[in-house]
Design a binder for this molecule. Structure first.
Ligand code: SOE
Length: 400
């Protein structure tokens, strides 16, 4: 499947990407950068990108460095120069494309959330398991696992530096939907996105909670809300998170915000909040984990830093201290800049590409797998089910 090049370069791994908007741009950068920074066993080659609009996909190919453009994703999947298919489309097409690509003998990277429903995610996980027997690998794009500080937090927790985890507290807040005239893009339509803030942001924090704690959520209790129930219909194309609307309005069919609590398998308690309606919060993913011996805290808007408290230290000098996660011994940092020369959002996609290429070369299952994506999907479905039951217990009324 892999070509061997005679010039001493590592063998090529042809990548084909479907979708080229915000996530497509981020993934393109990841594929381009990974091979230039890391010593990779295979050389990702940006073989082709697919999208329905011929002129737009050609422009995207040119801008992001893809050698060819296709207007039909099936043609991209069928290409001989593509060994790995990267899916950056809205959730409603993930299952069909991923299953077709695996059945066509391609490795797959699929953006989060894995699918729009548990049934789709189950079919994808089953397809990935079948494909594994033929040496094919599938991974979900939960890129925040690849922030060096997050990967380092996982290392500290796995080494037992916090002891048993008792509390996981995660919020992911954005504000791009605060304006009631922000139009109805696909991210606000259930048929395309599956859910709203829940699937878009909640999927990340559910994955991070389970990844960091090293165990699954086994129960949730939730509330969802859609604060702006009608929005202008889209006028023209949307680009990333920007779009303009016309004068007619249509119904918003997903949540604007989700709050939920959860219990992890060990009995640890978790609290989650996801919203795209929090003025001033741009990409504020914040988490804190408390264990029996210490705590860690992380803020995506300060992503080179990890706060760590060791409760064994003398109380007079103990406290959260800031670890600047830019040392060569920190995850992913050996290949980057000298200490203190910070990384950003885009680097997570280079790390994701790196990890997947290494896994493909060695034939080992990369994480998060489609089975991990399915577990997150089950949690999202349980959140919706719980919110649908609206099991709110009112306080005992105060006697008159
Ligand atoms: C939009 O809310 C979004 O682009 C998410 O879809 C991404 O997963 C997140 O990384 C940034 O915000």
């Amino acid at each position: 499947m892999e070509r061997t090049d005679s010039d001493g370069a590592p063998p090529a791994l042809g990548v084909g990407m479907i979708g080229y908007a915000f996530m497509g741009a981020a993934h393109s950068q990841g594929w381009r950068t990974a091979a230039r920074v890391f010593d990779l066993p295979l050389r990702p080659v940006l073989a082709a990108v697919a999208g329905r609009d011929a002129a737009a996909v050609r422009a995207a190919a040119h801008r992001h460095g893809w050698a060819a453009a296709e207007t039909d994703w099936r043609a991209l999947v069928a290409r001989d120069d593509v060994q790995l298919v990267d899916i950056c489309t809205p959730g409603d097409s993930h299952a069909e494309i991923a299953i077709a690509a695996l059945e066509a003998g391609k490795h797959v990277l699929c953006e989060k959330p894995l699918a729009n429903s548990v049934a789709e995610a189950e079919a994808m996980a089953a397809a990935a398991e079948r494909a594994r027997e033929h040496g094919l690998l599938a991974m979900v794009g939960f890129n925040y696992r690849r922030v060096p500080a997050v990967a380092y937090a996982r290392r500290l927790i796995a080494e037992g530096r916090l002891g048993a985890v008792r509390h996981v507290r995660v919020t992911y807040l954005q504000d791009w939907l605060v304006d009631p005239d922000f139009p109805l893009t696909w991210r606000l339509e259930r048929e395309h996105a599956g859910s709203g803030a829940l699937g878009d942001l909640g999927a990340h924090i559910v994955d991070l909670a389970q990844f960091l704690a090293g165990e699954p959520l086994v129960g949730v209790s939730a509330q969802l809300e859609t604060f702006v129930r009608e929005r202008p219909l889209l006028a023209g194309a949307s680009a990333g998170l920007s779009a303009s609307g016309g004068s007619d309005r249509g119904p918003v069919t997903v949540d604007d915000a989700a709050v939920f609590t959860g219990r992890l398998a060990s009995g640890a308690l978790a609290v989650f909040e996801a919203s795209r309606m929090a003025p001033g919060r741009k990409n504020a993913l914040r988490l804190e984990i408390n264990g029996e011996r210490g705590s860690i805290a992380f803020d995506l808007e300060r992503l080179n830093e990890l706060m760590f408290h060791d409760h064994a230290e003398p109380a007079v000098t103990a406290g959260f201290r800031r670890i600047l996660v830019t040392e060569a011994d920190h995850p992913y940092l050996e290949a980057w800049w000298p200490p203190g020369h910070a990384l950003g959002y885009e680097h997570t996609f280079a790390h994701q590409a790196r990890d997947l290429v290494v896994a493909v070369a060695s034939g080992t299952q990369p994480e998060p797998s489609f089975a991990d994506g399915l577990q997150v999907q089950r949690v999202l479905a349980a959140v919706e089910e719980s919110a649908g039951k609206n099991a709110v217990y009112t306080p005992v009324p105060v006697p008159a």
